[in-house]
Design a protein around this ligand. Sequence first.
Ligand SMILES: NC(=O)c1ccc[n+]([C@@H]2O[C@H](COP(=O)([O-])OP(=O)(O)OC[C@H]3O[C@@H](n4cnc5c(N)ncnc54)[C@H](O)[C@@H]3O)[C@@H](O)[C@H]2O)c1
Length: 439
Amino acid sequence: MPARDNVRIAPADGKLGVLIPGIGAVSTTFIAGVEAVKRGLAAPIGSLTQLATVRLGKRNEGRTPPIKEFVPLAGLEDLEFGGWDIYEDSAYEAARNAAVLDAALLEKVREPLEKLQPMKAVFDQEYVRRLHGVNVKEGRTKMDKAEMLMDDIRQFQERTGVSRSIMIWCGSTEVFHRPSEVHQTLKDFECGLQKNDPEIAPSQIYAYAALKMGIPYANGAPNLTTDTPALQELARANNVPICGKDFKTGQTFMKTLLAPGFKARMLGISGWFSTNILGNRDGEVLEDPGSFKSKEETKLSVLDQILQPQLYPQLYGQLYHAVRINYYPPRGDSKEGWDNIDIFGWLGYPMQIKIDFLCRDSILAAPLVLDLVLFLDLAQRAGMRGIQEWLSFYFKAPMHAPDIYPEHDLFIQLMKLKNTLRWMRGEDLITHLGLEYYD
Ligand SMILES: NC(=O)c1ccc[n+]([C@@H]2O[C@H](COP(=O)([O-])OP(=O)(O)OC[C@H]3O[C@@H](n4cnc5c(N)ncnc54)[C@H](O)[C@@H]3O)[C@@H](O)[C@H]2O)c1
């Protein structure tokens, strides 16, 4: 008997607008990649929405449809891109400067990238100290700037004829701030926008504009945005899904693979030292101690949550965990991340593990952007609102309800994601109990 859907999912009719604050390395690698895949020039490696399957029912039923056939997702040819940046470079020029993709590949997708001219950004030097751009909006108040962003979005929607939109922050990492009074309620926040409250960051103005217009918002950077009561209130009131924060790509991805393994085997860890060199603009911004602090917080939180030292003081109570990032221009986007892990086993005997990950930051991030765009749109069409915990899979610091801890284990995150898709379509959730095979 066919399963009955648990929720009504509106069809993915029409085009989907992808609005991106930050036309830099990650976003141009994502957009150029989509254009390359559409033309059959390359494959969307790393993307679940494009490549992964989902097992349905029992292991002997042989039902494993691709995710993109199991749930109705927007197609790549339906995506229309728009964005903002403090620099005037088109997406083509920004991609050339970022130097992630080969010049030969970029030439083949030059036309659509050249058409993407960034709109004037909402920017505040206090929040990103190392960058200076001229493509910036002038406005009396932060509320005026939010209204200007909403005008930009309306014009984009009219120009492209999209039927739905989502926004994903691929802008620089802003300086670390804790939530303050102005973030407590929507009323406080709107009052703060009118009064130019210095605690309201540019990223929050973009998020406000999106949520006001019913547009889902994802945060790819570690700074404070929709992880505030005020913006969550707005998301719930307007029935908009949100998720974040900080794409889980290189070193943290490795951490969330390894740490659950050590813990599963009850192996102790006394130290984990992580250091990185990278030479892209992101690296330059992260040289500023304020921006680095935002990154450090999300990178450090992972191990504590996975290892639960309060439950296992003998194994993880003394763990020394440090994360460093250094800007090193010769490497560009090709980051090198080293991890030295001091572990101990039976009777406390010490061992060491060294990891040297020569990765490409934006190549790892681009498929995550694609999946988040398509899944957030799906969530909205399925009537889901507020924090989308099932998208934790993509983030270093997954947003979560205030009374629970976030789930960092990559495989639990994957199970949660796929179970959410099964739940949407009324299929049995997979528990991995499996006793029935041996009755
Ligand atoms: N690449 C990865 O693996 C990865 C992983 C996790 C998080 N991130 C985060 O994703 C973000 C983008 O990374 P990237 O490598 O593309 O950086 P990038 O420096 O190449 O691009 C960011 C762009 O944002 C622009 N910008 C800054 N403030 C803005 C504002 N207020 N409005 C509009 N544009 C603004 C900058 O001018 C820049 O062009 C960074 O915050 C980074 O920390 C990247």
